[in-house]
Design a protein. Structure first.
Length: 291
């Protein structure tokens, strides 16, 4: 089992002037502690489940490019890019650039987008849910065409591209893994089966619900002729080591591994203190490595 770190908040002691050095310390400490991946959200305002909208929020791909320069091994991605925020061709170029400059360490995390306040606040169009999923499917087709090496046209309902030219090409082979976030059974998990290399589910929905979601994903894989084992199964959760012991976390990881989860991505409300990362490096990551 692999353990990842999500950084959903940049509201730390010292304010804006301290973000740069603290973010570097967190990422380097995660890498030194054995974390497999580091993730940021793709939001422009803070989301309600984390804090007030006015709290500090960095643009995701700028932050990841900074992390690419100061780390050597951890995988890097967004959990997850909202499909409405960037034109698909620009998104493919952005993730390719991250992949090249990180030495082949990029993920493309993507989903249908949901946070209407930041869309309205920044003037980004926020179409109805049905259209957002249609745009998501076209975007998945476009990025895969970009990464196929074929510079040819793409004609969709929402997007028309004259040539999917991508130079320099991605370093990851065959391309940066595509991780779709979400638990919707009719579209999200079908898109995972058809287009993605990884899914990201929510740990908080519980064991039985996770088992059901994975069963749905397997059925979609069967329907499209895709090997279920070809898809990396990941979950996103939160840990507070003042309320959970490392042994509790290891036990939870064993439970998730029994369901088939291979990559558990945790956020830590007190990550700026660094100690939780060190504890994970000593007591959790080695204990779950063989799961």
């Amino acid at each position: 089992m692999r353990i990842g770190l999500q950084i959903p908040s940049f509201t730390w002691p010292g304010g804006a002037s301290a973000i740069r050095t603290k973010l570097a310390e967190i990422a380097r400490s995660a890498e030194e502690s054995g974390f497999h991946s580091v993730w940021v959200m793709d939001h422009f305002f803070q989301i309600p489940i984390v804090g007030p909208a006015e709290q500090e929020m960095l643009e995701g791909y700028s932050a990841l490019s900074y992390l690419a320069a100061i780390t050597d091994r951890v995988k890097l991605g967004t959990l997850v890019t909202g499909v409405t925020y960037r034109h698909p061709g620009v998104l493919a170029k952005t993730v390719t650039t991250l992949d090249v400059l990180s030495g082949g360490r990029a993920y493309l995390g993507i989903g249908a987008a949901w946070f209407d306040r930041e869309h309205h606040g920044l003037g980004v169009p926020f179409p109805p849910l049905k259209e957002r999923f249609e745009r998501l499917e076209e975007t998945l087709q476009i990025v895969k065409q970009f990464w196929s090496g074929e510079a040819r046209p793409y004609e969709g309902r929402y997007y028309q591209l004259a040539e999917t030219l991508n130079s320099p090409p991605q370093l990851a082979r065959p391309h940066p893994p595509i991780m779709i976030g979400g638990i919707g059974e009719k579209k999200t998990l079908r898109f995972v089966a058809q287009y993605a290399d990884a899914c990201n589910l929510f740990a908080f929905i519980g064991r039985d619900a996770l088992r059901h979601k994975l069963d749905v994903l397997k059925r979609h894989c069967d329907d499209v002729g895709r090997p279920y084992d070809a898809i990396e199964k990941s979950v996103l959760g939160t840990v507070r080591l003042d309320k959970q012991s490392p042994a509790d976390v290891v036990a939870k990881c064993r439970e998730l591994a029994a369901l088939g989860i291979q990559h558990v991505i945790y956020s830590f409300p007190d990550v700026h203190e660094i100690a939780p990362l060190r504890i994970f490096g000593k007591e959790v990551i080695p204990a779950v490595a063989e799961l």
